[in-house]
Design a protein around this ligand. Structure first.
Ligand code: NAD
Length: 247
């Protein structure tokens, strides 16, 4: 009997990194999982890694039409949703002097607007006892350079966790967030050179009280706890960062 038997779960941004790690943990625990992402190729690769034990729906969370289509597919495939992991996000570096309006808008369209409308479109499939979990970031509080747009978008999501919890409480749906510290997903190598990424990672490990990155299992465990077990908890953010923002 898996810990998540009987749970139907949707994970946005489940084709790589943290979302894929969550999908693996939940599938291993017996959940029925639907992952989403922008690239069909990445989704197919992710499904292969999951041994075909999940479904995948391609779509852009900043498109309401794609989110409508996602809700239709999820309804068709699993009917109701017990855990909604609103995890899709982008984190490009945005230097203060050179960040363009288009770059700013893309970050907010994905991270903040995408998060809000993902919940709006999928909440009708959720019932009493179910949980929404947003993936936010400790970048909100630590003040790293070139991250102001990303941090602001995640602060918006953190705020949404608090306020949407009030909107959804009458339906018995809890809404929380996990504020994630450094996880080595390969995302840094995509936004900076390999050398800069190595230096950045070494700095993060050196300053972390636990002297390491978080693992996918640790992030997935915290998210699953909020979605399924924390039945008297809503509107809060759980920090999962090895203590880096607390000490
Ligand atoms: P990742 O790039 O591996 O995963 C991001 C996922 O989001 C991918 O599946 C991608 O397809 C999807 N995505 C991006 N834009 C999308 C869009 N417009 N529509 C649909 N899907 C979209 O990165 P990750 O590190 O696993 O990030 C996952 C989440 O965790 C993000 O919200 C990120 O901000 C957050 N986070 C990551 C870290 C870290 O250290 N890696 C730390 C704090 C927070």
């Amino acid at each position: 009997m898996g810990a998540y038997n009987g749970k139907n779960v949707v994970i946005t941004g489940g084709s790589s990194g943290i979302g894929l790690g969550m999908a693996r943990a939940l599938v291993d625990g017996g959940a029925r999982v639907v992952i989403t992402g922008r690239s069909r190729t990445s989704l197919d690769a992710a499904l292969k890694q999951l041994g075909g034990r999940a479904s995948a729906v391609r779509g852009d969370v900043s498109s309401l039409a794609d989110l409508d289509a996602l809700a239709d597919r999820v309804k068709e495939e699993v009917g109701s949703v017990h855990g909604l992991f609103v995890n899709a996000g982008i984190s490009p570096l945005t230097p203060f002097e050179s960040t363009t309006e288009a770059a700013y808008d893309e970050v907010f369209a994905t991270n903040a607007k995408g998060a809000f409308f993902t919940v709006q479109k999928l909440a009708p499939l959720m019932g009493a006892g179910s949980g929404v979990v947003f993936t936010t970031s400790v970048a909100n509080t630590v003040g790293l350079p070139d991250t102001s747009v990303y941090s602001a978008s995640k602060a918006a999501v953190r705020s949404m966790a608090r306020t949407l919890s009030a909107d959804l409480l009458p339906r018995g749906i809890r809404v929380n967030a996990i504020s994630v510290g450094p996880v080595d997903t390969g995302i840094l190598e995509r936004v900076m050179t390999r050398e800069a990424a190595a230096e950045f990672k070494a700095e993060r490990v050196a300053e972390n009280p636990m002297r390491r990155f978080g693992t996918y299992e640790e992030i997935a465990g915290a998210a699953a706890f909020l979605a399924f077990d924390a039945t008297y908890t809503t509107g809060t953010e759980l920090t999962v960062d090895g203590g880096s923002s607390q000490l």
